[in-house]
Design a protein around this ligand. Structure first.
Ligand code: V47
Ligand code: SF4
Length: 369
């Protein structure tokens, strides 16, 4: 069946090479995006996904906390951030962060805390290290995934330390791994339009390189569906793949679908169809051949399409999340969180086997409290 699909496809030559384990180039990726044969591209991506991860679809019991929405970058695609002095802006105290996690802990024993916030102009380095130490002390068994590469570069500047020194301070205070945000699209053209104040893509890659060299694993992302071209998407993926060849420190690649409501780009962005979304998951699986997992963050893609994406290259459904502000302020209609039984049901309905993992993809045997 798959052979017939490949034979008939306008990108059959590329799909055959991908299936044979050959690395694809930028021109191949661009042609895949230009093709309308999502069925054949998806079938091959699914075959490769199954080779790597079998019929497993991973999930994690986690709790997101967006500790502050005050941000000096004010990216044009971001509906979450506010300026300092805005009466609606917030910055949580360490006690408040602990309290939020604690409230959740009473009903569900999460294995991961996921902390992402804005670039606060004045909070000192000790705020971040104290936050990690306090969480680590209160929840010693929980993995703390915190601070995007952009936040880490900002914390370094605030603390007057190098990136390496900052990473060591954060690690010693309890940082387990780094989320994938802040990558957006590496192209300087795209960044100058959608996030002119944000650090360059090269800097993002450099922070990740240094983290990986210290043994701190991370995720990687690409924010798609705004002004980027197919080529810029593919070049972004190839840049991640190149760093992964060097360090092996990326655990997962997460395409993040742009939500336009309440952002400065609401007029500019062209809406992305579900077919295009699925193609993007499939092309990701084919291009980023050395990152083991492709995650569908159900909050951003929507539950039903996230289920389908598990057959188009994705193998990870992320988690229970509980509270999410970044996409919801930009118009997401998904719930803020899911129960474990909801996640398992959604994965099973999609024809896959739900497997609980911890943040760094150790499998958690069923029935573990
Ligand atoms: O860098 C901001 C994205 C990221 C919008 O590692 C938006 O598992 C869509 O780091 N529409 C921050 N996306 C969140 C982040 C993250 C999210 C999910 C999973 C993981 C992980 C990390 O959120 C930002 C940006 O790329 N973002 N605004 C928006 N309007
Ligand atoms: Fe700030 Fe992150 Fe929003 Fe950009 S995406 S404005 S860095 S919170």
């Amino acid at each position: 069946m798959i052979d017939l699909m490949i034979e008939k496809s306008d990108v059959g030559d590329i799909l055959r090479r991908a299936l044979d384990g050959e690395r694809l180039g930028v021109e191949d990726g661009v042609r895949l995006f230009e093709s309308n044969d999502v069925a054949a591209i998806g079938a091959v991506a699914n075959q490769i996904r199954t080779r790597i991860n079998g019929d497993r679809a991973y999930y994690v019991i986690n709790r997101h906390i967006n500790y502050t929405d005050i941000c000096q970058n004010r990216c044009r695609f971001c509906a979450f951030s506010r300026s300092e002095g805005d009466p609606n802006a917030y910055a949580m105290s360490i006690d408040e962060i602990i309290h939020r996690a604690q409230t959740q802990w009473q009903s569900i024993k999460f294995t991961e805390l996921h902390l992402v916030g804005g670039l606060h102009p004045t909070l000192p380095l000790s705020y971040y290290t104290d936050m990690l130490s306090a969480l680590n002390q209160r929840f010693p068994t929980v993995h703390i995934q915190a601070f995007t590469a952009v936040e880490i570069a900002h914390i370094a500047k605030i603390g007057g330390l190098s990136i390496k020194e900052t990473l060591i301070e954060l690690r010693d205070a309890g940082l387990g791994s780094i989320p994938g945000g802040g990558a957006e699209v590496f192209s300087p053209r795209v960044r100058s339009i959608v996030c002119p104040e944000k650090m360059l893509g090269e800097k993002w890659l450099d922070v990740m390189r240094q983290a990986h060299e210290l043994g701190i694993k991370s995720n990687s992302t690409m924010l798609y569906g705004h002004v980027e071209t197919y080529r810029e998407r593919v070049e972004h993926m190839v840049a991640l793949r190149k760093l992964q060849d060097e360090t092996g420190g990326f655990m997962t690649f997460i395409p993040l679908k742009f939500h336009a409501a309440n952002t400065d780009l609401s007029q500019l962005a062209s809406p992305i169809s579900s077919t295009e979304d699925l193609k993007l998951y499939s092309v990701s699986r084919l291009m980023v051949d050395n990152i083991e997992h492709v995650k569908v963050f159900w909050i951003m893609l929507g539950l039903k399409l996230a289920q389908v994406a598990l057959s188009f290259g994705a193998d990870d459904f992320d988690g229970t999340v509980v509270e999410e502000k970044i996409t919801h302020r930009a118009g997401a209609s998904t719930p803020q969180g899911l129960t474990v039984s909801d996640i398992k049901r959604l994965i099973e309905e999609s024809g896959h086997r739900p497997v609980e993992r911890d943040t760094v993809y150790n499998l958690i045997p069923a029935g573990t409290p």
